[in-house]
Design a protein around this ligand. Structure first.
Ligand SMILES: *Cc1c(COP(=O)(O)O)cnc(C)c1O
Length: 462
């Protein structure tokens, strides 16, 4: 019996001739294609050996191979649909790059380019030259330099200006971001001694003044991106800190975290301190991320006085922390939008989503609800609170809307997350919710289709 079944097993060569398999080969590398076919046949070989099947249908083997090939054709790093209501979601890749910016990256990296070549002079150039002037124009800074991310930017600046020296920081600002960026640890790596001043809730100018000694290298302010101290509080403003620095001839630095270039207050959203304001306050060096509220690629941006930026450009660490051509291409495209604020809020996905009218979000939820109802999915429209995320506006939410789906929330969460496409939702008050704030119009149909599939499966299960 077994022998007969083994004999019936198709050979790899035979499978390779089947049109629908040939079709699948277009989306997959040759190694995974042939290994996938082998894996599919092997599965049935083992089933026969275990005697768990008594007859073999080639159709089943082919179906199994098709499933395996589809799985193998997916990249490990792949798209998901963000139905969490958190816009700049660090676990889901933070900011989206606009299609135009992505196209620019594509064009630059699929061809040779002038990354480190001066086209005017015909000799070696600097990768930073492509972008420094633009950063200065949109922020008002004298000079700018880029690193791989903001953590690297802080590390580089501390290493250059406070190695073997002391950095004075307010106790209320010793932040930890996402578990991997802790101010005290970054200080240690940079060779800087941390001097804490003030208390958790209150720090005064005199606290900084009294902490300054001949070993003081920098007065550092850190934006408390992901928490808020409320109640009886006092912090030293940027201008006050800049003045203390000038009086004592000590460098002042601010880690702004999220690089906000737009005054959100104008649009009825809580105002975050902007990069332009920090520069205008007289702080010497300011660091921020490229992929938080700026809405660009992962990058660290350091802006400030030219004489300090020039020193950073010569620091050997910069070579280890440098940005790639992909980053530069995406960042240049993104920053160009900021030359005209109207264009920035229209073209940069993160800004566009934050500022999108709540009526439009509601309409999207209603549309999803309507499609789901047509497909017999029991659900309801729910009002939600979306968070901006990405180390910005802690505690602040914007009005959003979603669809709550009836059923076991844990089971639904898992089914949506593991499906194709992967849809990441949230559970609130024991209800599984798909928040549509960060769901694009053209993703609605995919979400609805998946929901119908999952629910139908559940009905069959019951
Ligand atoms: C997010 C953040 C960082 C880390 O920035 P990355 O670009 O993720 O390295 C550092 N400091 C503050 C205050 C932040 O908010």
């Amino acid at each position: 019996m077994k022998k007969k079944l083994f004999k019936q097993l198709p050979k790899v060569d035979e499978i390779l001739k089947i049109p629908e398999i040939i079709e699948l080969s277009k989306n997959i590398d040759y190694f995974n294609f042939t290994e996938g076919i082998r894996e599919g046949i092997d599965y049935y070989r083992q089933e026969i050996a275990k005697e768990s099947i008594t007859e073999l249908h080639i159709k089943d083997v082919v179906e199994n191979i098709k499933i395996i090939l589809k799985k193998r054709s997916l990249m490990n790093l792949r798209n998901v649909i963000n139905a969490t209501g958190t816009l700049v979601h660090t676990n889901l890749g933070r900011s989206l790059i606009s299609e135009k910016a992505a196209k620019n990256v594509f064009d630059v990296i699929t061809s040779y380019n002038n990354l480190e070549y001066n086209l005017q002079e015909g000799n070696r150039g600097s990768r930073y030259d492509h972008i420094e002037k633009l950063v200065c124009t949109v922020t008002g800074a004298e000079g700018a330099i880029l690193t791989n991310n903001n953590a690297a930017a802080v590390m580089l600046a501390l290493n250059e200006f406070a190695k073997d020296g002391e950095a004075v920081v307010s106790r209320g600002e010793l932040v930890e971001i996402g578990g991997s960026f802790r101010v005290p640890d970054i200080m240690k790596i940079s060779g800087t001694k941390l001097i804490e001043v003030g208390t958790t809730n209150r720090t005064h100018p005199k606290d900084y003044r009294e902490a300054i000694t001949e070993n003081t290298s920098v007065l550092l302010k850190i934006h408390t991106s992901n928490y808020k101290i409320v109640g009886f509080t006092k912090e030293v403003t940027n201008s006050e800190l800049a003045e203390i620095g000038r009086e004592n001839n000590v460098l002042t630095m601010e880690d702004l975290g999220s690089g906000v270039l737009v005054n959100f207050g104008k649009y009825g959203i809580k105002k975050e301190p902007t990069v332009q304001e920090s520069i205008a306050s007289g702080i010497d060096l300011i660091t921020f991320s490229g992929d938080k509220l700026l809405g660009g690629p992962q990058a660290g941006i350091i802006v400030g006085k030219k004489k300090y930026i020039d020193r950073l450009k010569k620091n050997q660490l910069l070579r280890a922390l440098r940005v790639s051509k992909m980053t530069l291409a995406a960042l240049e495209s993104t920053l160009r939008y900021y030359l005209d604020e109207r264009e920035a809020i229209e073209e940069i996905p993160t800004l566009k989503m934050i500022l999108e009218d709540s009526v439009k979000v509601k309409e999207r939820a209603a549309k999803l609800f309507e499609i789901l109802q047509k497909n017999d999915v029991k659900c309801s429209i729910v009002e939600t609170e979306a968070t901006i995320g990405g180390g910005s506006m802690p505690g602040e939410t914007v009005k959003s809307c979603g669809v709550g789906i009836e059923g076991s929330p844990l089971e639904l969460e898992r089914e949506f997350r593991l499906g194709t496409p992967h849809i990441i939702g949230i559970i609130r008050n024991n209800l599984f919710i798909l928040d549509v704030k960060a769901v694009k119009n053209d993703e609605l149909y995919l979400v609805a289709k998946k929901a119908a599939e999952i629910i139908k499966k559940q009905i069959i299960k019951i």
